[in-house]
Ligand binder design. Structure first.
Ligand SMILES: [Zn+2]
Length: 219
């Protein structure tokens, strides 16, 4: 099992836990990282906003990215995020701390895959409550969390590492820069995951997890 000194990875489902303005968007990542640091997680913290990014204003995405949060676009919330998480598990065999922030039931179903892989799943969002299973996160809890974010949350300084930019629907290299990433999302037709080369490539190993039959009402 991972320790608090190990790496911590957080996936924030920005489709089911949205932000309405760039001001608030810029505070989410720094506040989450600060809260985890205060809880004793001293290793490198990587935060990724994942969801249907084509539905989100560019200003909001820019604010999220500029605050040190990686962006991952998926074409459908449940299936797309599940595929990304299963891919992430395969790519990260060393136990880490893992946190899921989503208003969707899908994350509860995935917890056991992380635990079976040896990762420690952190569930104490919104951080100020103990022993609360808040996955999925109720909209009221998420809204209260956003309302609590202070404008001074953003700390100046150099980011620990450059945030990633991933289109989970395409074979988009992860070094294109924010402007090109947004251009890609706007100019490509992101409608059919079945036609995506990357999705097709990923479907082979994912079959071993045998989870797709458990997901009802996949969008
Ligand atoms: Zn794409």
């Amino acid at each position: 099992m991972a320790t608090k000194e190990a790496e911590t990875w957080i996936f924030w489902d920005i489709s089911s836990c949205p932000v309405s303005s760039s001001d608030v968007a810029s505070r989410v990542g720094p506040c989450i990282k600060r809260a985890l640091k205060n809880l004793g997680y001293s290793g490198c913290i990587t935060l990724t906003a994942i969801g249907i990014l084509t539905d989100i204003d560019t200003d909001v995405l820019q604010a999220v990215y500029s605050s040190g949060v990686s962006l991952t676009h998926v074409s459908s919330e449940r299936l797309g995020i599940t595929l990304e998480l299963m891919w992430w598990i395969k790519e990260h065999p060393i136990p880490v701390n893992f946190m899921l922030i989503s208003g969707d039931e899908i994350f509860r179903r995935n917890h056991r895959f992380f635990e079976e892989a040896g990762h420690t799943v952190i569930q104490n969002f919104p951080f100020d409550q103990q022993d609360v299973d808040s996955t999925p996160v109720p909209s009221r809890v998420w809204e209260n969390f956003l309302a609590s974010l202070r404008p001074d949350a953003i700390e100046s300084g150099v980011l620990e590492k450059e945030p990633g930019l991933v289109c989970g629907q395409c074979c988009l290299p992860d070094q294109q820069g924010f402007e090109n990433f947004i251009k890609h999302l706007k100019t490509h037709v992101h409608v059919s995951p079945e036609s995506s080369p990357r999705m097709m490539k990923r479907k082979q190993p994912e079959a071993s997890f045998s989870i797709f039959g458990e997901i009802p009402n996949v969008k």
